[in-house]
Design a protein around this ligand. Structure first.
Ligand SMILES: [Zn+2]
Length: 60
């Protein structure tokens, strides 16, 4: 049986709902803060939700 507690919004399988990830590059800015790269999940485009294929195909 499938668990019934899943919300209506589908979580992106690629990023597990965490579309933006900060990666520490190892370098530091002159003010002492760490330089980070922010990577946005290309699958959900930063929304964290997977878009159902049926919605994508709508409009014709
Ligand atoms: Zn994603």
């Amino acid at each position: 049986m499938m668990p019934q507690h899943a919300p209506t919004a589908r979580i992106c399988r690629d990023c597990d709902g965490f579309p933006t990830v900060a990666i520490t590059t190892g370098t530091r800015h002159p003010d002492g803060t760490r330089a980070t790269l922010r990577i946005t999940c290309p699958t959900c485009k930063g929304t964290g939700h997977a878009v159902p294929a049926a919605v994508v195909r709508a409009g014709r």
